[in-house]
Write a protein that binds this ligand. Sequence first.
Ligand SMILES: [Zn+2]
Ligand SMILES: [Zn+2]
Length: 284
Amino acid sequence: MKVSVLASGSSGNSLVVSSDSGSLLVDAGMSAKRVESALDEVGVDVGHLSAVLVTHEHSDHISGLGPVARRFGLPVFATRRTHEALKTRVAGTIDAVVIESGTSQKIGDLTVSAFSVSHDCVDPVGYTITDGDHRVTVVTDLGTVGRNVRRHLSQADCVVLEFNHDERMLLDGDYPWSLKQRIMANTGHLSNTAAAEELTALVDGPLSVLILAHLSRDNNTPRLAFETAVGVLEKAGRSDVHVLLAGGGETLGPVDLGNGAYGRSRGGGVRRARAKGMMTTCTE
Ligand SMILES: [Zn+2]
Ligand SMILES: [Zn+2]
């Protein structure tokens, strides 16, 4: 099973999980043209796509949804209430398929499970996708991690987790106070420290690849997010976990969970990344 991040952050989110028989897009917050060229970069043929899964209706996750679904002929999976919300946000018709949180569906040889997360929209979910051998859990856009989300995270060997902001940068920054409050709320976004704290619950599990996602351009830096994550993992004796950075206007992957190849990526095994001087080369 392979994972690639096409884009991550408030200017657009989309990632793709592939097995031998098909590929699933998670979110389509960018134009069909951008999705197509990003897929090309990570070596996924558009003809291999079988569906798009929507986490929630915020525009950075669905701005290209209608054109992407129609151009590539993909059914759109989302909860019933998210589909309702999409009706006023997505022009044209889409082939809507309901997947409710707490349920699983098989799409080709991949099993997709949806679960609720805490975020300021009608019915946000995260997804766990497995081919039976490997398990990827995707959670971006959440203000706090509850027990059920933690359970999904702790069973995955690849976790895509939001490291949205550095609390100090957010508080000291120029955003209006009302927006700062929204971001810091339980239905907002995870800070670096809040996300890193969650890692302590994962260190005894199968985690082998951690992808830091949805970093704020204004209130975070790749270096801060990376150092916060690896600090916790190193302390827990898990320097073997590969920590990769999504976003920054670049595609990430393909990360091949079967053979431990990481494609085009920033980050790496903690010691290796440091030795390579990765932290001085990442874009901030
Ligand atoms: Zn978002
Ligand atoms: Zn959102």
